[in-house]
Write a protein of this length. Sequence first.
Length: 174
Amino acid sequence: MKARISTLAIVVIAVLTAGTIASPAGAVVNLNIGINAGPPAYVFHAPPPVVVIPGTYVYSVPDIGIPVLFYGGYWWRPYEGRWYRADGYNGPWTYIVPARVPGPLVTLPPAHYHRIPPGHPYIPYGQLKKHWVRWERERYWDRHDHWREDRRSGDHWKHAGHHEYGHPGKHGGR
């Protein structure tokens, strides 16, 4: 963060200096700078469990007041119409331009970020970290009838509480 501010200060000074040297007398130089501070910090005191959002390979952290998602090896946070990405669940969060946000995240209705079906299995962080690549490569969730039916119909919550994924984790949901 300090490096960003220092770099920003150098750029501002350079622009202002260049503007006054190259400007004819009486010219006005306007400079507007917007600083994107990113989403507010949320600190997990332990690695969070996740749940797979039915019909997707997007995972959501349940039981917290903000949307924190996992997809494609990164943690994602939508905030004020923008998307942020991090290597770890505690950040730091970096703004990602809309064209670089994966389609499954963009098309996911915001209501699905927190709406976890009752009884939906929680996946411990260690299991996610260890298996997410294989699950996606082997289309692990495709082998579950309810998940496929929900995906085809678009009704991801029709069979809430009836998922049996055969991996360790507590069951919960909202």
